[in-house]
Design a protein around this ligand. Structure first.
Ligand code: G3I
Length: 376
């Protein structure tokens, strides 16, 4: 069955909202005792993954792992502004409705990713934002999304990736939002979301905060200053998402620095979620066993620190299997490692997620499963 057929099927069934139980996986295996879902929830944590409902519906092996291992699902694309409002005022929620139906039917939490992100502004909106009254476009979009999913989604990435070093003293990204509405766009978005979804937990999600690099030291400092300003101004901010796109080319993870950084965030009264965990590798010519061991070791090092901080509530990987990873063997990688495709089991993909191409659990899965969750 082609992907397009599946997508049509998902969309039509989402509209009819009469997805059969088989589609929703209601008759699926419940979380096995030794699943990540069981281990994490026993310790008042959650484990989750970014998903696309079309893939979950089309791929039985993916669906089974999602149902068994995950407590919380993040829409990889379906809830972004350019996905729901491709044309002004014409909202298309079919994909997100499909995921919401699936999550509710299978008692999974949903993480609302993401409202304002400079990379998911609809093409028609970017120029209109800077026009007089541009904020009404943001309000209409927030109103449409938060009124529709406020009941099903408890925590939201209201602003994604607001930090960018090397431009402004305050480290704020010179995004179309900042250009249109000034530095207060972040506070304004959080107040807007609080008003539209008073019960929801409001978050800011950020990347590039893990390594002992000058730029990442700067990013941690500037991000913390932003959080402090917002909290001291009484802006409604409840939590933070640390994306944790780990990268084996970035050197040693500074455990002490990371531990202090997480504590500084927690000391502001904010909860923390590890929101997009995966590992970028580069040594594609190494034997798969070695590649997988390096990915698992980096995962273990990071989670040892992160899960030692009581303010951390959950871990979400940015996908479950290398089959769907956004991380690809890039042209640069290929130039540097011409034999990148020697590894037949996952041609041309990065092995930075818990399961391989065929959903066989890898050492990264074990690194997550064996993380010390007791220090809660
Ligand atoms: O669905 C359309 C398809 O109809 C069209 O033919 C095709 C060609 O343009 O594009 C398809 O949309 C793509 C979408 O993924 C679904 O495949 C978009 O172009 C593409 O930009 C989008 O990429 C996603 C990206 O965010 C932008 O939304 C990635 O899958 C997703 O993994 C990535 O996730 C981000 C987080 O949201 C934020 N943190 C970083 C992370 C990785 O970049």
């Amino acid at each position: 069955m082609s992907y397009k057929t599946i997508r049509r099927q998902v969309i039509s069934s989402a509209i009819a909202s009469t997805i059969s139980s088989a589609w929703l996986g209601i008759d699926s295996a419940h979380a096995a005792e030794d699943s990540l879902s069981a281990k994490f929830s026993r310790n008042k944590l959650y484990f989750g993954s970014a998903v696309r409902i079309e893939q979950v519906m089309a791929e039985q092996d993916l669906r089974a792992v999602v149902l068994r291992e995950c407590d919380c699902l993040t829409p990889e694309v379906a809830l972004k502004w350019d996905a729901v409002e491709a044309s002004p005022g014409a909202f298309d929620f079919r994909s997100m409705d499909g995921l919401t139906n699936f999550a509710l039917a299978n008692k999974k939490q949903l993480h609302g990713h993401t409202l304002l992100w400079h990379k998911s502004i609809p093409h028609w909106a970017a120029s209109s934002l800077v026009e007089k009254g541009g904020w009404t476009l943001v309000q209409r979009y927030f109103q449409a999304v938060l009124s529709r999913y406020g009941h099903a989604i408890a925590q939201w990435d209201v602003v994604n990736e607001p930090i960018e070093t090397g431009h402004r003293m305050d480290g704020l990204r010179n995004s179309p939002f900042l250009q249109a509405f000034g530095v207060d766009y972040i506070a304004r978005a959080l107040w807007e979301a609080r008003q539209l979804a008073p019960q929801a937990k409001l978050m800011i999600n950020e990347f590039g905060l893990e390594y002992d690099l000058r730029v990442e030291h700067d990013r941690r400092y500037l991000f913390l200053k932003l959080l402090e300003r917002l909290k001291h101004a009484g802006v409604p901010l409840d939590g933070v998402g640390l994306q944790a796109h780990l990268d084996l080319s970035k050197g040693v993870l500074p455990a002490d620095v990371l531990g202090r950084f997480l504590k500084d965030i927690a000391d502001l009264g904010l909860f923390i979620v590890i929101s997009e965990l995966d590992v970028k590798e580069y040594e594609y010519v190494l034997p798969v066993v070695q590649r997988d061991a390096r990915v698992a070791d980096e995962t273990r090092r990071y989670l040892d620190v992160a899960l030692g901080q009581p303010a951390v509530r959950g871990v979400t990987t940015w996908g479950l299997s290398d089959r769907h990873s956004w991380l690809r063997v890039t042209k640069d990688d290929f130039a540097r490692y011409p034999d990148a495709w020697k590894d037949g089991s996952s041609p041309g993909v990065n092995r930075g997620l818990p399961f391989d191409y065929s959903f066989k659990p890898k050492p990264m899965y074990r690194a997550i499963a064996e993380a010390d969750l007791r220090r809660r």
